[in-house]
Design a protein around this ligand. Structure first.
Ligand SMILES: Cc1cc2nc3c(=O)[nH]c(=O)nc-3n(C[C@H](O)[C@H](O)[C@H](O)COP(=O)(O)OP(=O)(O)OC[C@H]3O[C@@H](n4cnc5c(N)ncnc54)[C@H](O)[C@@H]3O)c2cc1C
Length: 404
């Protein structure tokens, strides 16, 4: 058994990070990816400090990633300040910030380039598994199999591994879509160190900086209520639609959209509804969206996925993989470190999406009056949630081989 590599299904942020973390802890790993080319398109993504800590411990060259540190604040579309994200100042200092913008493809490239050549086997779909007690048999779509001491389902929201462990759980449609774009043609007055999150009565319109190849840019996004059965828009239609949405927001958001031709992407927002209370069973576990798919309201799905990998490797650091009960206990420990925190974040992100985009027309003015004049949002997104994220830094301990 010792010579069989740990198998990870999926080469998104969760799979790549789990692979890197396990390799950093001395394990052999094989990542199977169903697509021949899984280089991701996409615009701005933000990561919080715990993901940066995890990436550093995995040997990722974080300085070369083009992370743009930003301060985040929430406002009404008409300019009323509602919340400023507050973060532990010592962490801020240590990491050069707490919230960072980068382009999604740059995240994937940095993770992939830190992996030893040959770790990822592309164009290979995993279709099922059987936990045989002393090993897991992994079954591929072509009927072939491989044996592993540990299987990690990092295969995204439509995971194949998750139902094999815990049965089917329905997708929860948020009936929301996000539209993202980016530009290097930055309008005057747009700050390069601020993530500005604004809400009109029905829309979110936001932007934040990133750096790509040393060049500063701004990524922007809208979130709006949307019927998932609506046919997709072409790039030109999407751009025209985004320009319409931008009219709810100040001039700089409109200019950003106007400068972003050809860069637009659209995402359907969904999660898995009722959260799992446990992810791991025997020699099999989950990471990333397979365990805790979340709305971008958390700006934390990829970040949580990366930190999952860190904790999997840390929980297993001293474990003999031939010892089934030790493997199962280590994975239970991983669950105990992750399930509650990620569930809270997923539920809060869902709730914010409903509050901002699915309140009835009668409730919206009252909601906005309260958001403008009470500390509700400051407490929730300015203090509670970032406080919980900051706590993860100490839970993470001194590194993959240094549990807290
Ligand atoms: C609009 C939007 C904005 C977002 N913004 C942010 C943000 O700012 N910050 C943040 O942290 N997160 C953000 N997220 C969330 C983030 O993108 C996800 O949480 C993250 O990509 C999840 O990573 P993953 O590796 O778990 O899953 P995925 O990225 O979905 O990767 C899963 C991989 O598994 C492969 N796969 C699936 N099934 C199989 C199989 N059977 N066999 C082999 N391979 C398989 C897939 O092809 C895929 O490559 C955002 C999400 C959206 C929709």
């Amino acid at each position: 058994m010792k010579s069989d590599p740990i198998v990870i299904v999926g080469s998104g942020p969760a799979g790549l990070a789990a692979g890197l973390a396990l390799i950093a802890s001395g394990r052999e790993v094989r990542i199977y990816e169903r697509y021949a080319n899984s280089d991701k398109v996409g615009g701005l993504i933000n990561v919080w400090a715990p993901a940066v800590k995890a990436l550093r411990s995995m040997g990722v060259d974080v300085d070369a990633m083009g992370l743009a540190p930003t301060h985040s604040s929430f406002h009404s579309a008409s300019g009323h300040h509602r919340a400023t994200v507050r973060f532990d100042s010592a962490i801020n200092e240590e990491y050069g910030g707490y919230f960072f913008g980068l382009l999604r493809p740059d995240l994937y490239t940095s993770l992939r380039s830190a992996l030893p050549a040959g770790t990822i086997q592309a164009d290979t779909t995993v279709s099922s598994f059987i936990d045989r007690g002393d090993h897991v048999e992994v079954v591929f779509a072509d009927g072939s199999t491989t044996s592993t001491p540990l299987l990690i389902g990092a295969d995204g929201i439509n995971s194949t591994i998750r139902p094999g462990l815990w049965g089917e759980t329905p997708i929860r449609e948020h009936n929301l879509q996000a539209i993202l774009g980016n530009t290097y043609d930055i309008p005057e007055g747009v700050p390069l160190d601020q993530c500005i999150i604004r809400h009109s009565r029905t829309l979110q319109g936001s932007y934040a900086p990133f750096v790509h190849d040393g060049r500063p840019g701004i990524g922007w996004y809208f979130v709006e209520a949307w019927d998932p059965s609506t046919p997709p828009l072409s790039q030109a239609e999407l751009w025209a639609h985004a320009k319409e949405l931008a009219k709810d927001f100040p001039a700089e958001q409109q200019e950003l959209v106007a400068h972003s031709e050809g860069t637009l992407v659209r995402w359907q927002i969904r999660d898995r509804g009722k959260p799992l209370k446990q992810w791991s069973k025997g020699r099999v576990t989950l990471a990333g969206d397979a365990a805790h798919a979340t709305s971008p309201y958390a700006a934390y799905g990829a970040g949580m996925s990366i930190v999952d990998g860190y904790f999997i490797a840390q929980s297993l650091a001293e474990v003999d993989l031939t010892d089934s009960s030790a493997v199962a206990a280590a994975l239970q420990h991983y669950d105990s470190l992750r399930v509650e925190h990620t569930t809270d974040q997923v539920q809060q992100a869902y709730m914010l999406g409903q509050l901002f985009h699915h309140s009835s027309a009668v409730v919206r003015p009252i909601r906005d009056f309260l958001l403008d004049r009470t500390p509700f949002l400051q407490k929730m997104v300015g203090e509670k949630s970032p406080g919980e994220i900051a706590k993860q830094i100490s839970v993470m301990g001194d590194g993959i081989r240094g549990a807290a």
